[in-house]
Design a protein around this ligand. Sequence first.
Ligand SMILES: [Zn+2]
Ligand SMILES: [Zn+2]
Length: 364
Amino acid sequence: MNVAQRLYEKGLITYHRTDAVNLSEKAISQFRDYILKKYGQKYVNPTTRHYKNTAKNAQEAHEAIRPTEVNLATLETEDSKQRKLYELIWKRAVAFLQAPAKLKSTKVVLANNNSRFVANGVVTLFDGFLKITGAEVDEVVLPEMAEGEKLPNQGVNLAEQKTTPPPRYSDASLVSSLEKQGIGRPSTYAPIISTILARQYVEREEGRFKPTALGVAANEYLVKNFKDILSLPFTAGMEEELDEIAKGKLDWKKMMKDFWSGFEKEVKTAEKDSERVKVEAEKIGEKCPECKEGDLVIRTGRFGKFISCSRFPECKYTRQYKELAGFKCPECGAEAVVKKTKAGRKFYGCSNYPKCKWAGWKKP
Ligand SMILES: [Zn+2]
Ligand SMILES: [Zn+2]
């Protein structure tokens, strides 16, 4: 967002805090002219794509993000982030008005007794907008075959495939999921993310959010005790009501009253009936060297993680926490450790620091 802000302030792109998905008529005709001159008639899309905004609380007062000057395809600047973001915006906007690519896909079904084998082929007939985006189609060219043809068996290879769980959210996938559910809006996505990080409900790990023990416990508690408020339709409905208030169609006092009466009841019930949740502290698999009874666990305090005895407060043993990364430092061979930037982003460093200064975002 900061990078986009700078591009906007320099007048290079249109207003960036928008979730509009269509361009203005004026921009469309400028972009079409550009494509015609630069790439020729076949690359101009004869019809304009019109998208419907799928985000529920779309604020479409602005147009979609685009470069203000179509002739400026690349940005001359030292700042590589600005250059890359600008190029991305430029390419998307131009590709939006380019002709669709034409792909030919073929599906071959081979029958063998009771088994069916399927082969899918795809070749590009015309690149269209792919010329600009630079995206490449993974072409699979199938050999010539005729219907009913008998194919010789050239042996069978068995390949084992595992299903993988869905990946954890990244910044981008979390925002896109919130958008689909109608929760939040462009101005609140960044604060949502900084809040869950600041409260230590999640940690960043290799670009993804990983829930902490505290995050898991808080989530379980809230979902159990505040079913309505934690439900997605409730939050989306609340956003809609806020929009109604903004438009002057709904009285905020009435809305707050309706919300409060239900919420207050739930809080009172939770205070009375629910048990305090114990956040399971992670054991490190070592006994406490002081009392020889407790297990050593990882706790999170004001200054980050530390190791302490599970029998705290009876036993007060603590020591500094060093999370082993599970591999050796590529420079000196000492154990690599997990560290964190001030912004809470994880990185790897050498346990031999400051003697060895190796550090990296990813496991080598
Ligand atoms: Zn102890
Ligand atoms: Zn090292």
